[in-house]
Design a protein around this ligand. Structure first.
Ligand code: FES
Ligand code: FES
Length: 189
């Protein structure tokens, strides 16, 4: 490659959580030359083949390509937790996760929690204990709480607060959310 070329290409490495993506980016302010790839995403127990650009975010793929709008877009910058999904059982912020980085991993969204068309015990607990008001934060809250309850079936309040520390709610004041998680755990007095 001729390094004096004004359109000299440079290679930049993007962290994609294990593998690396090589993007060709032109040095003269031209748009990055991103490629499209075919991914297989395992979402809520189903394999989905989806064509995405290398820099596609998991949040956008879930909502716009797979038709799963339950995962919410809040801050879009890793600050609010509204986009929380589970990847291999652990909470993950879909707004800052490259879709390519979770290929063939187990992805769960709020749509996958219902059991036989009925709300899960945790979802029911949020409903019954007023853990949701406007509901915008709720999918992310529920997914973060779901991960907690799987690893710690009877968390104390401090553990619940810690597990939900990355999820913001502007409606509830958090008390009802904590009570909902406690109720789901069967720990309400
Ligand atoms: S939308 Fe992802 S953290 Fe706020
Ligand atoms: S219920 Fe409205 S932001 Fe949490």
């Amino acid at each position: 490659m001729n390094t004096s070329d004004s359109a000299m290409e440079r290679l930049c490495r993007v962290d994609d959580g294990g593998t690396s993506i090589l993007q060709q980016d032109r040095a003269n302010d031209e748009a990055p030359a991103l490629t499209t790839r075919l991914l297989t995403l395992q979402v809520n127990g189903r394999a989905h083949a989806v064509a995405t650009r290398d820099n596609a975010l998991l949040l956008d793929v879930l909502r716009d390509q797979l038709g799963l709008p339950g995962t919410k877009q809040g801050c879009d910058g890793g600050e609010c937790g509204a986009c929380t999904v589970l990847v291999d059982g652990a909470p993950r912020l879909a707004c800052i996760t490259l879709a390519a980085s979770v290929q063939d991993r187990t992805i769960e969204t709020i749509e996958g929690l219902a059991e036989g068309g009925r709300m899960s015990r945790l979802q029911q607990a949020f409903h019954e204990n007023l853990g949701a008001q406007c509901g915008y934060c709720t999918p992310g809250m529920v997914m973060a709480a779901e991960a907690l309850l799987r690893r710690e079936p009877h968390p104390d309040e401090a553990q619940i607060r810690e597990a939900l520390a990355g999820n913001l709610c502007r409606c509830t004041g958090y008390v009802k959310i904590i009570e909902s998680v406690q109720a789901a755990a069967g720990d309400m007095s």
